[in-house]
Design a protein. Structure first.
Length: 540
């Protein structure tokens, strides 16, 4: 085109790859290639495991599509521009940026476009089965043993013979082979891994990954299912515990639940994906979908770890937390919470802040308190503070914040905090300092085998009790001078016509009760006419 600054979007998509947009947005380059996918670290969020895939919609053509495998988002070059720069909200804004990049792209001399691998035809299952038989005959035991011993996770503690017998993993031709079988134990595909690299799918298997790694071992449907990301997670979990059956997502955190969740209907599901942003986003995606048919729990895998790198897998699984979807009604937006309209759009603003849970503390009776942040400071938010709109408004006022929501808004906020804290560190809460189940707790710390937080509860006072002046504050006193608890007192308001009742008074309906008569007043004193002895009149 003679004037590239006026190019239409079809021409730009046809000639300029999305990888150039990433390059111009910050020098981003692919971490590795996975089949037709060029895998990048996602620029708009923290990503330790490359989960941004760029690929050609038509094999062999321009890399014109992208998808965030952790969040199930994707699109074309305009969608990518909007993700990289949220200020470009309209089509016109995005097209203007695309045209500027297109002009630079046509004049680019130094940049070399990364090329994905081309598909190599369909997967030949029969040929792969014959090859698998050869693996068993000529397997490289030393290769498998060496690869397992070099790992810094639970796989290094597994006997190679057990791994080969249980999962039929083999070392062959310089690669570790991990086969996949159906629930009927029929071989359908495999992955391979060279030393120092990640597992890759066999050529031609793209689009075939709709089964879990390890599901052929699911012989008892009464056992809970643990969903994890990689093949090593399945091996480590299966080796650590027979109380669960472990399923590996074939495409890791990028696996979509729609085509796979029907085989899990009715089962208890524990989601134990990696402890990074991609894994946690995928955990919520799967939990939301599976909770329609299953009891779902989320395992708090520590930050930066996967299941196979956890020291005590059974103990971690016992700490799984039930997933409960947050109630609808509030939207967390920059500037504060807003009520959601019937269409899901932002409505009335109810606060000038939003809260992010950093830590959750659970008391012996199940009440949840939180450490939260509004992005500027951190606060302690006790369960008592979330009881009503009055208590929460008082809490916000004491922190210099504004809350104008009702009781229903507070209830929605409680459900949001509970849902969002499912990955937050968890501690026990003690309402008073002292000894609690072999733990010594005080304001500021604790001693024991696990952390326990001192979270004082609010004083509960019955405001409908009238207390006379001069009474002791340590116990309520009845008018007859005997002490009793507040639960045994009946409110006695000023001006009440009915007689009091309680331990010191008969029932007001008793026929024998009579109102006490007022004591007769003594007559007013008058000056005495008698003179005091020893006094004389001063009159002449």
């Amino acid at each position: 085109m003679q004037y590239p600054e006026l190019a239409d979007i079809d021409e730009i998509k046809h000639r300029m790859p999305v990888t150039y947009v990433l390059y111009k947005a910050g020098g981003h380059t692919p971490d590795h290639t996975s089949g037709r996918d060029l895998m990048y670290l996602t620029p708009w969020r923290q990503d330790s495991n490359p989960s941004l895939a760029c690929y050609p919609e038509v094999d062999g053509k321009t890399v014109d599509r992208w998808r965030d495998m952790a969040r199930s988002e994707g699109g074309d070059i305009l969608d990518l521009i909007a993700m990289l720069d949220p200020r470009q909200e309209t089509f016109a804004d995005q097209l203007a940026v695309a045209r500027k990049l297109y002009v630079a792209f046509l004049d680019e001399d130094d940049w070399v476009a990364p090329e994905p691998e081309r598909s190599k035809g369909s997967f030949d299952v029969e040929a792969a089965r014959a090859e698998m038989a050869q693996w068993a005959l000529d397997q490289d035991v030393q290769l498998l043993e060496g690869w397992m011993a070099e790992r810094e996770d639970a796989v290094s503690e597994i006997a190679p013979g057990w791994l080969h017998t249980t999962f039929r993993v083999s070392g062959y031709a310089g690669e570790v082979k991990a086969p996949y079988f159906t629930a009927d134990d029929e071989f359908v595909a495999y992955k391979y891994r060279k030393p120092g690299e990640k597992f890759k799918s066999a050529s031609g298997t793209r689009g075939m990954w709709t089964l879990f790694h390890g599901e052929w071992l699911d012989t008892d449907e009464s056992r809970p299912v643990v969903l994890c990301e990689g093949e090593p997670d399945v091996w480590s979990g299966t080796h650590a515990s027979q109380d669960y059956v472990f399923f590996g997502l074939p495409s890791g955190a990028g696996t979509r639940p729609e085509k796979m969740q029907t085989r899990l209907a009715g089962r208890r599901i524990l989601i134990a994906l990696d402890g990074d942003e991609a894994g946690r986003a995928a955990s919520l995606l799967w939990a939301k979908d599976l909770s329609k048919r299953n009891a779902v729990e989320i395992v708090p895998v520590p930050d930066g770890k996967d299941l196979s790198s956890v020291t005590d897998i059974p103990s971690l699984l016992r700490d799984a937390r039930p997933y409960v979807a947050p109630l609808r009604g509030l939207l967390a937006l920059p500037g504060g919470y807003r009520r959601a309209t019937k269409d899901g759009e932002p409505g009335m603003q109810v606060s000038d802040f939003t809260l992010e849970p950093l830590r959750v503390m659970q008391s012996p009776d199940g009440a949840l308190s939180y450490e939260v942040t509004d992005g500027r400071r951190e606060y302690l938010l006790k369960s008592d503070d979330l009881a009503t709109k009055v208590t929460f408004k008082r809490w916000a006022h004491d922190k210099g914040l504004v809350w104008n929501g009702g009781d229903q808004d507070v209830g929605v906020l409680v459900s949001i905090l509970k849902a969002e804290s499912i990955f937050a560190p968890s501690e026990s809460a003690a309402p008073v300092a002292g000894l609690h189940e072999k733990h010594i707790v005080w304001d500021g710390g604790s001693i024991g085998d696990r952390p326990v937080r001192f979270v004082p509860t609010a004083a509960k006072v019955q405001l409908d009790i009238r207390v006379s002046e001069g009474r002791s504050s340590s116990a309520w006193s009845t008018p007859c001078g005997t002490s009793t608890s507040t639960a045994s007192l009946t409110p006695f308001w000023p001006g009440r016509r009915s007689p009091p009742s309680g331990p010191c008074f008969p029932s007001s309906r008793s026929s024998t009760w009579r109102a006490p008569r007022a004591a007769a007043r003594p007559p007013p004193s008058r000056p005495s006419s008698r003179r005091s002895p020893g006094r004389t009149s001063s009159r002449p």
